[in-house]
Ligand binder design. Structure first.
Ligand code: SME
Length: 148
């Protein structure tokens, strides 16, 4: 995971449109970390208290709009905190995307203290996410906040 920092910086510092850069980040994370099986971004939808799906890699999802408070993503939109879900079946407030998803991590993108979006990662294995993932994805989100 350490050696991905440089590749992430190169992508984010390029001059291609932001959505293309975010798409490349999704692809990189999905390719390089075997238990990252769906990688995507949600962003606040204008003035509405809802999230809108952004660039992603993985199976298409029905959850293109998520109201604040709903599911893991909607909870992170309100809490501003990282949410690690070792076993999605143990969660009541969860929006299922795929039957193969076993666990999930959502990390907010905070810009000047404001929660503008998040990275959402689903995994096909139970309980794969460690503090290393939290630190790494927080780094990615902080870098994204700098260019948005
Ligand atoms: N599982 C998420 C919904 C988004 S999908 O995982 C792509 C949630 O509960 O918010």
């Amino acid at each position: 995971m350490q050696n991905l920092h440089t590749r992430i910086n190169v992508i984010l510092e390029s001059t291609t449109p932001i959505d293309d850069r975010l798409q490349m980040i999704c692809q990189l994370l999905s390719d390089e970390i075997d238990y990252y099986n769906w990688v995507g971004f949600y962003f606040k939808n204008g003035d509405r208290n809802e999230l809108k799906l952004g660039p992603y890699v993985g199976e298409p999802t029905d959850h293109t709009i998520i109201p604040y408070g709903k599911g893991i993503c909607g909870q992170v939109a309100e809490s501003n905190e990282v949410f690690v879900v070792p076993d999605v079946h143990a969660q009541d407030n969860y929006l299922a995307c795929s039957l193969t998803t076993k666990s999930e991590i959502v990390v907010p993108i905070l810009k000047d203290g404001e929660n503008i979006g998040q990275i959402d990662i689903d995994s096909h294995v139970i309980d794969p996410f460690s503090q290393e993932d939290v630190d790494f994805l927080t780094y990615v989100c902080d870098k994204i906040a700098e260019i948005i």
